[in-house]
Ligand binder design. Structure first.
Ligand code: AMP
Length: 135
C-alpha cells in the first residue's frame, strides 16, 4: 500500500482541492512552485499503462478544470503537467499521479530536453510496431 492509498483512505491528511468518485487532487507536500497540485486516480495502480479506461477517462475529464483552478489561484499563465512512470523515470510514489506545476518566474519544473533526430526507416518501424501493439 502506498502513501497515496493511505491519503485516499483518510489515514493520512492532505490539502484536498478536489474529489469525485474516481479522482482526488491535493497539494504536493514538496512543491516545485506555489500551487503544485497532484491529481490521482482512486484506483491503486502504479503506472498509467495499468490504469482502467474508466479511471483514465475520469482524470482526463477533470485535468483541464484543475489546471484552470491552479492558474486562477496562483496567477500563473504557464504550467507543466508531468506524469512519471517507473523509478528510472523519477517516479517515487508507486501510485499513478499527475503533477500540475505552475511556472512562476524561475520556479517550476526544470526540463532537460535532449532532442535527437527522427530517421525515416526508424519512424516506419516504430509506427508499424505500435500499430501492431494497438491491434
Ligand atoms: P514522483 O516523483 O512523480 O513519484 O512524485 C511524488 C510526489 O509526491 C513528490 O512531488 C512528493 O513531494 C509528493 N508527495 C509525497 N508524499 C506526499 C504527501 N503525503 N502529500 C502530498 N504530496 C506528497
Amino acid at each position: 500500500m502506498t502513501i497515496f492509498s493511505r491519503i485516499i483512505a483518510g489515514e493520512i491528511p492532505c490539502h484536498r482541492v478536489y474529489e469525485d468518485e474516481h479522482v482526488l487532487a491535493f497539494l504536493d507536500i514538496g512543491p516545485l512552485s506555489d500551487g503544485h497540485l497532484l491529481v490521482i486516480p482512486k484506483e491503486a495502480k502504479a503506472q498509467i499503462h495499468e490504469l482502467s479506461d474508466e479511471s483514465a477517462a475520469a482524470i482526463g475529464r477533470v485535468l483541464p478544470r484543475l489546471a484552470r483552478a491552479v492558474m486562477q489561484a496562483t496567477g500563473a499563465t504557464a504550467y507543466n503537467i508531468l506524469q512519471n512512470n517507473g523509478a528510472m523515470a523519477h517516479q517515487a510514489v508507486m501510485h499513478v499521479h499527475f503533477h500540475i506545476i505552475p511556472r512562476i518566474g524561475t520556479s517550476g519544473l526544470g526540463v532537460g530536453w535532449n532532442a535527437g533526430k527522427l530517421e525515416g526507416a526508424r519512424a516506419a518501424d516504430l509506427v508499424s510496431r505500435m500499430k501492431g501493439a494497438l491491434g
